[in-house]
Design a protein around this ligand. Sequence first.
Ligand code: ADP
Ligand code: MG
Length: 321
Amino acid sequence: MGEFDLIARYFTRPPRHATLGVGDDCALLSLQSGMQLAVSSDMLVEGRHFLSTTPAAGLGHKALAVNLSDLAACGAKPLAFTLALALPSIDEPWLAGFSKGLWDLADAHGCELIGGDTTQGPLNICITVLGEVPPGDALLRQHAQVGDDIYISGTVGDARLALEVFKGAVSLEAAHFEAARLRMDRPTPRVELGLALRGVANAAIDISDGLLGDLGHILQRSKVGAVIETAWVQDSAAISDAMQSVAFNKRLDFALAGGDDYELLFTASPDQADEVLEAGERCGVSITCIGRITPVAGVQVLDLQGLPLSRRFASFEHFAH
Ligand code: ADP
Ligand code: MG
């Protein structure tokens, strides 16, 4: 099988909304008049973003999920994506699994594959997603206001917990490990929630590198600070049963700096508290308030007594070590 048969078999379907899909030098999309195009790319590299043992279908899912998560963080509706793929060899069972994981998630969000590039090389998956958002409606990092509440969706820390089990640093009972591993391999992009938060949230970001690090991007862009409580790490909807089963200090590390959560972190005025909770209910995802925006630069993490914690939490950063 050659490159073009591979593309035809695994990555080509008749276009749905696109005017022209895979097969020509460019794809063509007809945009709704007046809408803004939201564009984002994310690359997954073996050994860096996933283990060589990761099942192919999970990888297809995750490669698209992390991209859809960026659209979600902007409140953009997914339209289409491109796939640039470097493969060490043509491994058909792998391609069948990978494309199944990819198509299943793409179909769930009505997001179509319109083109890409395929080459031989160390396994590397780069997706670019295209979405649409009405002008002025995109959720941005730069609009957090002093006094805003800070919220997260879903649960945090599980992917990091699973990674620590893989590394042999933590042990978990089988059911908890399975649940945590699913969160690592099959993150859920919060696309519907992102759309529901248009006009409700002031600022948003998706949690990919770790809660505090990603919050830091909002603070920097908005020129504000934050106080983060930790009572919710002890017991709240944001802490899964698997996370509940490890010691509080580890939980604190994984929840605040774990990374790979792909939940939304956003800020909203206290006036919008009802709308925020309603958006979560409508989208079937829990929402937890974890702190508030302050005028003082930096993040202060409070312990269970409400006193400032002096320990540091390091988020994931490429080239940092
Ligand atoms: P060119 O080199 O002329 O840009 P290619 O030969 O790389 O085109 O690709 C042929 C067609 O297949 C193009 O339409 C391209 O967008 C599409 N394509 C290539 N690789 C992929 C892929 N992994 N997934 C989806 N479409 C792809
Ligand atoms: Mg090409």
